[in-house]
Design a protein around this ligand. Structure first.
Ligand code: G6P
Length: 586
């Protein structure tokens, strides 16, 4: 996915756009570009690389003009090249566009435009939109009519900002985020409030199928039929602008270290919503839990704790898979959607399928202004502050705490958890990273790592593998302990490292046996446990605690290990190659 941004105001646009893009870089970061309007002319610069790299090469922030657009890209249509980077000018050079999303009928439209004499310089679908805008503007001579005609012709999921040579900005939203920031003397258009939070906290969350035209210091919001749909201004929490690394080398490290606090804050402002969710779950015939990536691993844990502690059956569903079996969703069920961003396209699609089956939607989400939060009947905020590192860390542990709190409520508080004490034990792990740093050095040159866990520790093995993959690019795989003999044992030899997740719960002795079997094949064993054992070549100690909390205690050292191994391998932990923080396209 990409981030798009626009500025219309009294200040020089380009430095403001560059700043906003830097803050939204988590959305995509393979190339970047800015275009401004000055003296009725569009000027444009772009390049491959991160915002700071490209800016120091071509000085994006020196483009003149008080109106402009910008973009950071996460390639979908076309390779990572300068020509494919946004903004894209139309053939006449009189319109430029930045776009996030996918145009499904771009090939058809491209052919028609080529027949009309348009030529294309990039491999992107976005260049089709800008030339279609030019064609329609030449016919209608009016920005509003041009947008209405263009959105009626394009199919897909998109948000775009178009800048016209006469200094008008127009932006449309269809299933991709687009927010208007309303300042004192200026307007912002952005994929995320982080793009403008430094300048204003007044935001208009443009509804799906709406567009905005900004001209002569005024703006007008319209729907795709040309009617006035109305809009509301939301005061955005300034806290979400608080996305600085502070003294930490990377956002990922900062976010890992915040967890002793964020686990205390999780769901803190949503006590009523947690209670309501618990009541709904208790009364439901069928319960589904969905998510993508890390959030799906939380869904797997939700299934385990609901059945173990309150004897409630819940079915975890990988969001991207639901479209192939929508009939599995029973009418009038409870559908729990977990998502940090609340913008993952797969999760939103799954929610739409559930809504069609008349399900009640419970959202566990960090961004309360996200599309998911707005689609849900009950919203539980993770309350962990902005998570910028692409690999999810603190949002995962916050999701787990919220799930625990729901289970506690269902049990009428029979399950007691001392979160304050637990937070202290997490601080202890975080304060002693030396051993983990040493193990990270060992991982520098390996190509495969396996993580083994049983029962509730298996989803943690999967999450551990995900962290290691995302941050270090080492091939990593979570293995359910009992399956070792049914295949994975064939992979074990002296080149392999295996992390054994082995807390002293009911899985302990079986997992220790697996560790022995693996060690006998020469593999190196990293044991994560509250009990030391000579089977482990390296022992990462976790505290002996209430067993419901083991999953969080286990994942925190693995997050650290992945981070430090990334440093050893000299990858960028905040922005892993080819990935993006919130995948708003399918
Ligand atoms: C992307 C990110 C993952 C994240 C997943 C789900 O794939 O790279 O880190 O777990 O999206 O994101 P969500 O915002 O829905 O939790």
């Amino acid at each position: 996915m990409c981030s798009i941004i626009g500025y219309y105001g009294k200040e020089n646009a380009s430095p403001i756009l560059v700043k906003g893009l830097k803050r939204m870089e988590y959305r995509g970061y393979d190339s970047v570009g800015v275009a401004t309007e000055s003296e009725n002319e569009i000027k444009l610069k772009k390049g491959i690389g991160k915002v700071n790299e490209v800016n120091s090469k071509v000085q994006l922030d020196t483009l003149p003009g008080k109106i402009g657009i910008g973009h950071t890209r996460w390639a979908t249509h076309g390779r990572v090249t300068e020509l494919n980077a946004h903004p894209h000018p139309s053939n006449s050079g009189k319109i430029a566009i930045v776009h996030n999303g996918i145009i499904e009928n771009f090939e058809e439209l491209k052919k028609e435009l080529e027949t009309d004499g348009y030529d294309f310089k990039s491999e992107t679908d976005s260049e089709v939109i800008v030339n279609l805008l030019q064609k329609n503007y030449e016919i209608t001579k009016d920005v509003k009519k041009t947008i209405l005609k263009t959105v009626s012709e394009i199919k897909g999921h998109y948000a775009f900002v178009a800048m016209f040579e006469n200094g008008q900005l127009a932006a449309a939203r269809f299933h991709e985020p687009l927010i208007i920031g309303v300042g004192q003397d200026d307007f912002f258009l952005s994929s995320d409030v982080l793009g403008f939070i430094e300048f204003t906290d007044n935001a208009i969350y443009l509804e799906n199928g709406n567009f905005v035209i900004i001209d002569k210091d005024k703006f007008q919001v319209l729907d795709f039929d040309g009617n006035n749909p109305g809009y509301g201004i939301t005061k955005v929490s300034k806290e979400f602008g608080d996305a600085y690394k502070g003294d930490y080398a990377h956002f990922t490290l900062k976010e890992i270290y915040e967890q002793n606090e964020t686990i205390l804050k999780a769901g803190e402002k949503a006590i009523d919503a947690i209670e309501k969710a618990a009541e709904n779950i208790k009364d439901a015939q069928n319960i589904y839990v969905t998510g993508s990536g890390t959030s799906y691993n939380s869904a797997l844990i939700a299934k385990q704790i609901l059945s173990k502690y309150v004897k409630i059956k819940a079915e975890p569903i990988m969001s991207s898979e639901l479209q192939f079996s929508p009939e599995t969703i029973e009418e009038n069920s409870i559908f729990i959607a977990i998502s940090q961003s609340g913008e993952s396209a797969d999760v939103l699609d799954a929610v739409r399928i559930a809504k069609k089956a008349n399900c009640r939607i419970i959202a566990i989400v960090n961004l309360l202004t996200s599309s998911l939060a707005r689609e849900a009947d009950i919203v539980i905020g993770m309350n962990c502050g902005p998570e910028i590192g692409v690999a999810a860390t603190k949002s995962f542990t916050s999701q787990l705490v919220i799930l625990y709190k729901i289970v506690q409520k269902i049990s009428n508080n029979e399950i007691t958890i001392d979160f304050k004490e637990f937070s202290k034990s997490i601080s202890k792990t975080l304060d002693n990273p030396t051993k983990i740093q040493q193990i990270a050095k060992e991982l520098k040159d390996i190509s495969d790592i396996y993580i083994l866990g049983r029962g509730i520790n298996y989803p943690i093995a999967k999450e551990a593998a995900l962290k290691l993959k995302e941050l270090t690019y080492i091939h990593a795989e979570g293995i359910p302990g009992g399956e070792l003999k049914h295949g994975p044992l064939a992979l074990m030899d002296s080149n392999v490292y295996v992390i054994i997740i082995n807390p002293s719960d009911s899985t302990y002795s079986d997992t220790l046996t697996s560790a022995r079997e693996i060690k006998a094949r020469g593999a190196k064993i990293i044991g994560i446990s509250d009990i030391e054992s000579n089977i482990y070549d390296y022992w990462i100690e976790i505290p002996k605690i209430n067993e419901v909390l083991y999953p969080i205690s286990e994942i925190v050292p693995i997050q650290l290990l992945s981070y430090y191994a990334a440093l050893e391998k000299e990858t960028d932990p905040d922005y892993p190659r080819n990935l993006a923080k919130s995948v708003t396209v399918k």
